[in-house]
Design a protein around this ligand. Structure first.
Ligand code: F6R
Length: 246
């Protein structure tokens, strides 16, 4: 595992965008695994700027997102499909037919999850998977206590995740209680993993994920077993890691 320190959110975002840009430059037909939430917003903004400067071409890139809320369709402003269009897809030359998220409105949850796993397999896995980190150690919406190697599945969000995500909704009551998430199995299939973590609220989770025991109680800790993980963090998020990283 590599740790790269940026001095603040802006620098972390620039560094993370550069890692993704390098991936796309080296392999224009890359499969990018993407995340939502607050952490990658700045990364996407930097990618959009690089595209506008003519430095990046997304025309052959395909994307697969980690998760989607159950019950929210792509036009719902809090759906992850909407988030992706607003923050990235609408601003670069990605082919809309090459961007994939779990279907929040699927009638048959089991079939929707199996379909997403077949899709991941048909794409050949992600060349690079971007991750945020939940304050409780979740990656995607693989919450503490889930068995490690699940495929895509429907998950009940924990109270702490519902509280953390309430900031994106008008009230806590509006936060969906369920989500579809790529499983740990799908995340680990990525050839490279890049995680963004900033702010003091992530410090304990960063420590537990990368320096604690590997346990399903801390879902991200399985990343210790992956051969190519880069964590890009700010000084606050890295504040509990061994001194040489801070
Ligand atoms: C989002 C996702 C989640 C978030 C995590 C951190 O697609 O999969 O794991 O990355 O909840 O969220 P933020 O970045 O909002 O702190």
């Amino acid at each position: 595992m590599r740790i790269i320190r940026g001095k603040d959110y802006q620098e972390v975002s620039r560094i993370t965008a550069r890692l993704i840009a390098a991936q796309v430059l080296l392999k224009p037909e890359s499969v990018l695994g993407l995340a939502t939430g607050g952490s990658p917003v700045g990364t996407y903004a930097n990618l959009v700027e690089a595209y506008r400067r003519g430095e990046l071409d997304f025309s052959r890139v395909r994307t697969v997102n980690l998760d989607e809320y159950v019950g929210l369709g792509p036009e719902h402003p809090q759906s992850y499909a909407y988030y992706m269009r607003r923050n990235l897809f609408d601003h670069v030359n990605l082919d809309p037919g090459s961007t994939f998220l779990p279907d929040g409105l699927a009638q048959d949850a089991g079939e929707a999850c199996a379909r997403y796993d077949r899709l991941l397999e048909s794409l050949g896995g992600q060349d690079l998977q971007l991750l945020g980190l939940g304050g409780n150690g979740h990656i995607g919406f693989n919450e503490p206590g889930d068995a490690f190697l699940l495929p895509t599945h429907r998950v009940a969000l924990t109270e702490s995740t519902i509280s953390a995500n309430a900031r994106f909704f008008e009230s806590r009551e509006e936060v969906p209680r369920w989500a579809y998430t790529m499983g740990i199995r799908g995340i680990l299939a990525a050839r490279r993993i890049v995680m963004v973590a900033t702010g003091i609220a992530k410090a304990q989770a960063v420590y537990d994920v990368f320096f604690g025991p590997v346990t399903p109680q801390v879902p991200g800790s399985i990343l210790q077993l992956h051969p190519d993980v880069t964590l890009v963090g700010d000084p606050e998020a890295l504040s509990l890691t061994p001194a040489e990283n801070r």
